[in-house]
Write a protein of this length. Structure first.
Lengths: 294, 287, 477
């Protein structure tokens, strides 16, 4: 009886959210799947079926292949940096020190700034003519005569700039998650390890990292998902330039599908990596769930 | 701690250096914004190859012109208000949907719940570029075009999956015995939940609130396309529309807008950070 | 058993309450909005406008549109979008089949041809009043293949060269460059005299508006083009290759990779900071220098389009307004009336924009009372008069004289043919700029860059031909 009632209650509690998701994400998503195999243009929904033509065209395009590679580079590089730096920062912030609250406030700022506006600040910092970074490099003597960085005018520097801004914006978030993980390791565990005479590294590898693993998974999962589907930094900073060489899939999909008006092509680009992402997310979710953190 | 004096000193120095370095990285763009917001234009547009001109200081007297322009020539306060009110309503909708769903997945749905939970989270992965076109149609069918209600409808599509999943984890971390003992005392399941579980869940709810707010404040693509009247825009859209005029950027005012928006928000986040951290770990790692 | 039942009922009631909150929250939205919708059912004309480069234009346009509406008992609503958002907004409205009545495009509205009404009758009305429109305006707003006047242009903006007179005087060319070859010749001289100048010649090669225009100018002056008059893709030509080779020479002589990162604002900023001595832009760089009281303003002068090796002298228009009326609009006649009135106000519009806007129907700028047959000449004379004696504080006052004859050396996107959706998509996805950027920087050889762009251009043309909006194809090269 009780079980049954719980089941019923469970279903009823779940229903509004599920209905909302089905209607507002599920249905539009199916529609997008349909668009990917049509020649829909400029938002009109009267369409011609073209099968996998869009996918074939897209895959044949060098710009797409660059964007595919960039997406992987962008995600891996920024995640590696964010996790590494996040750990260092979290450890540093866990310790009590004077002015900690103020430092925490400063470090949270990038998270609070709307990306559409803060990236404009970076745009000005990376400006080829007015770059403050270049000024420092010049004054410090790093640049010889005639040397100069054209941050957003160069493919490699452009990617570095994009990754830098993304790391800057993700770092507070990841740090907070890792900080939460660190805080949750009971003090007794450390003390026990100390009593056993464990050194710093032995403690790191035998106590801290294993206990942190589940929450690190969560941080990586959030970060990866967020990075993979995000177009804002690329779109606002380089707009994919120079010559479409810094696009990621999300920004390229927006350029081709919305700005260029080829909705089918845009949908095909956006869908391309979704299967991979889903597999990855499922694996990680199962892993983190087993640990029962979050 | 069995470290000796000099080691501890060195450790403290490294610690200080690390903290300073990170703080500098986080704050650098904001410092740059402050300088830009108060600089005269003739002080601003000097190429970086000119080593004699330090861009980090005011080479000419600072000016309030750009800030004044932001507040008098653009409806900036209105945009702030819109952003905030959309944010709060979205949070309300999100909680109303995600709290029951999260609880249900954690407690009442058995093995099914876990799979569904993952499924719900996966919907968060759908790229917004894909949903853009269908949403436009939906919004016009509902007659919500060019109203902030369009955003209230659309934003929960990414806050609800995320928060449902987050809260599911949080509810799981609370021992089931808590409700059970309350139910033994004569409460219904729902009564027990409301009276006992919710008060314990404040950190989790707070986490969901902050996550939702952040996601809403960061969003600009939907807002850009669904809102067309200047007085209904959010900050992320209104500011660029008014202050980037084709080939003229009002750098000073743009930077001022970013600063004025971010600082109070960062203060609020900082205020709630400790409870927020509690919310993420669910207050418990099972030993 | 009884107990359990009661408990069940209570719990279900609790539950309904809880569910109610969610439904309520979701339900409030529409409920609150409906009154707003009811009001909108009264006659309201809704217009999407860009945020004009010259802010004083918006200050004129918005009240002007409102008062025009008031005189007809119509509510006019003007919403501004920034330049990069014009197309996404349009896409969203077409997908929604609702939104505004009138949408203003810059450059090409042609990609939206199937969603807009034919405006031939409005154009005829205007031509009867003021005489014919400029050829380049017509070629930007009319598709000969479908015989549809899909947009109406009230104004366009010229794209002259802006140069620093003091610098060019030092190298013995006080009048600035007059051919593309002059740029290559001048660049090392400028470098010698001004080693501090980062980018002696500032022609954008980035994914933005100004670069898109500049790349087309280069292509045409060397005799190349994307399409021919009939809409055949002829990009793959020795002329295009020649232009790309030139771009490569120019880049190594006088430019840096900075030009690959430019936003539409960058060339202005570089010129105003004296970091470059020549840019291709409208007069907005100059006006913003004036507004910001930068001393460089008095040193900025203008040249007409540069000449190619065989003497072709063409520049793309910098902005071409293209107002469309959506098929889903319920106020189509009103919208047309509005557009006619807007053209009638061409003179005010040119002045409000500080001579940034030039009329697409020159006749509309003539004195009232001049008969239709004489209006184009009279209007063009009026414009020339304003340019020769700039009412907005130029020193010397005749600095803008170059603009007086700008229609002689300006042409439309799609030249030598008409604008069409394929040209529009090529423009919006930066196919031509990228080709130039890759060739100029050596990322690809000119041949490879051309081959890549040619493939993409043909894909896009073929797609639109299949849809029936673009002709040609039999003589693709």
């Amino acid at each position: 009886m009780n079980m049954k009632r719980d089941r019923f209650l469970g279903a009823v509690l779940l229903l509004p959210a599920l209905a909302f998701i089905a209607l507002l994400v599920g249905a539009p998503f199916l529609m997008a799947l349909v668009l990917a195999v049509t020649t829909s243009s400029a938002g009109s929904l009267d369409v011609t079926f073209v099968g996998l033509q869009n996918f074939r065209d897209v895959f044949g395009s060098p710009v797409f292949r660059t964007a595919l590679r960039n997406t992987l580079v962008f995600t891996l590089a920024s995640q590696a940096a964010v996790i590494l730096l996040g750990n260092v920062l979290a450890v540093a912030l866990k310790k009590a020190f004077r002015g900690r609250s103020f430092v925490r406030f400063l470090i949270l700022m990038p998270w609070a700034a709307p990306i559409a506006l803060s990236t404009l600040g970076w745009l000005w910092i990376f400006d080829s003519t007015f770059s403050a970074i270049n000024w420092i490099l010049k004054v410090s003597g790093y640049f010889g005569p005639g040397e100069w960085y054209y941050w957003l005018g160069d493919t490699a520097l452009g990617m570095i700039a994009v990754v830098t801004v993304h790391v800057w914006r993700m770092l507070p978030f990841t740090t907070v998650i890792i900080l939460a993980g660190l805080t949750s390791i009971p003090e007794e565990v450390h003390e026990a390890a100390d009593i056993d005479g464990a050194g710093f590294f032995s403690k790191l590898f035998h106590v801290t990292i294993p206990m942190m693993l589940p929450i690190l998974f969560v941080a990586v999962l959030f970060g990866t998902v967020f990075t993979f589907t995000d177009m804002s930094v690329v779109y606002l900073l380089t707009r994919g330039g120079p010559y479409n060489s810094t696009h990621v899939l999300a920004s390229l999909a927006f350029q081709e599908g919305v700005l260029g008006g080829d909705v089918g092509r845009g949908a095909a680009i956006a869908l391309f990596l979704l299967p991979l992402l889903v597999v990855m997310a499922v694996l990680m979710l199962r892993r983190s769930r087993r640990a029962e953190v979050l | 701690m069995r470290r000796s004096g000099p080691f501890r000193l060195a450790g403290a120095a490294v610690h200080r250096a690390v903290v300073l370095l990170f703080a500098a990285f986080a704050v650098f763009p904001f410092y740059w914004m402050v300088v830009t917001a108060f600089k005269q234009n003739s002080d601003l547009y000097v190429g970086a190859m000119n080593t004699a001109h330090n861009p980090f200081i005011f080479n000419q007297a600072p000016t309030l012109d750009h800030v004044k322009y932001l507040f008098t020539e653009t409806p900036y306060p209105t945009w702030l208000f819109n952003t905030l009110s959309v944010g709060l309503i979205v949070v309300a909708v999100t909680l109303a949907l995600a709290v029951p769903a999260g609880y249900s997945l954690a407690r009442l749905s058995g093995r099914w719940g876990e799979r569904l939970g993952i499924g719900v989270f996966l919907t968060y992965l759908v790229p917004s570029t894909l949903l853009f076109i269908p949403f436009s149609r939906l919004i016009s069918i509902l007659g919500l075009q060019n109203t902030t209600w369009a955003l209230v409808l659309v934003y929960p599509t990414f806050t609800v999956p995320f928060c449902t999943w987050l809260l599911m984890g949080f509810f799981k971390s609370l021992p089931a015995e808590i409700e059970e003992s309350a139910m033994v005392d004569g409460c219904s399941r729902l009564g027990a939940t409301v009276r006992v579980i919710l008060p314990l869940s404040v950190p989790g709810l707070l986490t969901a609130v902050i996550f939702s707010l952040t996601l809403v404040f960061q969003e600009f693509v939907y807002s850009l396309t669904f809102i067309s009247s200047v007085e209904k825009m959010t900050v992320s859209v209104g500011v660029p529309v008014a202050l980037i005029r084709g080939d003229v950027y009002y750098w000073g005012s743009l930077m001022a807008a970013c600063l004025v928006t971010s600082v109070p928000l960062a203060v609020v986040y900082n205020l709630f950070l400790d409870r927020f951290i509690g919310g993420i770990t669910g207050g418990a790692v099972k030993g | 058993m009884d107990d359990a039942k009661t408990k069940g009922r209570i719990s279900r009631r609790d539950l309904l309450k809880a569910a109610g909150v969610g439904v309520l929250a979701a339900g409030i939205g529409p409920a609150v909005v409906i009154p707003g919708r009811a009001r909108a059912a009264n006659k309201t004309l809704k217009i999407v406008q860009w945020s004009h480069f010259v802010p004083s234009y918006d200050k004129w346009f918005d009240p002007w549109a409102k008062s025009w509406g008031a005189s007809r008992g119509v509510d006019v609503v003007v919403d501004h979008v920034s330049i990069g958002d014009v197309v996404p907004r349009a896409t969203a409205e077409v997908a929604a089949q609702a939104g505004h009545d009138v949408h203003m495009f810059l450059g090409l509205a042609s990609a939206f041809e199937e969603h807009v009404i034919d405006l031939s009758d409005a154009v005829r009305t205007i031509e009867k009043k003021h005489g014919p429109q400029l050829g380049l305006a017509k070629r930007s707003t009319y598709n000969p293949f479908t015989r549809k006047q899909f947009a109406l242009s009230d104004m366009w903006v010229a794209d002259p060269g802006d140069y620093l007179k003091s610098v060019w005087t030092e190298i013995g060319m006080p009048g600035g460059p007059s051919t593309w070859e002059d740029l290559v010749k001048a660049a090392p001289e400028i470098k010698k005299k001004h080693p501090e100048m980062q980018i002696p010649i500032g022609i954008g090669l980035s994914q933005e508006l100004d670069s898109n225009m500049a790349a087309r100018g280069m292509l045409w002056c060397f005799g190349g083009s994307i399409q021919d008059k009939e809409g055949n893709v002829v990009l793959n030509s020795p002329e295009t290759l020649h232009a790309l080779e030139y771009a490569k020479r120019l880049f190594s002589a006088g430019m840096t990779r900075a030009v690959l990162s430019w936003t539409p604002a960058s060339n202005n900023q570089a010129l105003n900071a004296r970091e470059t001595a020549y840019i291709l832009n409208s007069i907005s760089a100059y006006r913003s220098a004036q507004d910001n009281k930068l001393p460089v303003a008095d040193d900025i002068f203008f040249t007409p389009a540069l000449k190619g090796p065989t003497g072709i002298q063409l520049a793309s228009e910098h902005v071409m307004s293209g107002y469309v009326v959506w098929k889903f609009s319920k106020n189509q006649d009103l919208a047309k009336e509005f557009l006619v009135a807007l053209v009638d106000a061409s003179r005010d519009s040119a002045l409000a924009s500080k001579l940034y806007n030039l009329p697409s129907f020159y006749g509309a700028a003539a004195d009232p009372g001049v008969p239709a047959a004489k209006r184009p000449k009279a209007g063009s004379d009026w414009v020339a008069g304003q340019c020769k004696s700039d009412p907005f504080g130029s020193k010397p006052a005749d600095k803008l004289t170059v603009l007086a004859a700008a229609d002689q050396w300006s042409t439309n996107i799609g030249y030598p043919g008409f604008a069409n959706p394929a040209e529009g998509e090529i423009f919006d996805t930066f196919v031509v700029t990228d080709m130039f950027a890759k060739a100029a920087t050596g990322a690809l050889s000119p041949k490879e860059a051309l081959a890549e762009a040619d493939t993409r251009a043909k894909q896009i043309f073929n797609k639109w031909r299949k849809k029936g909006f673009v002709g040609g194809g039999s003589k693709d090269r």
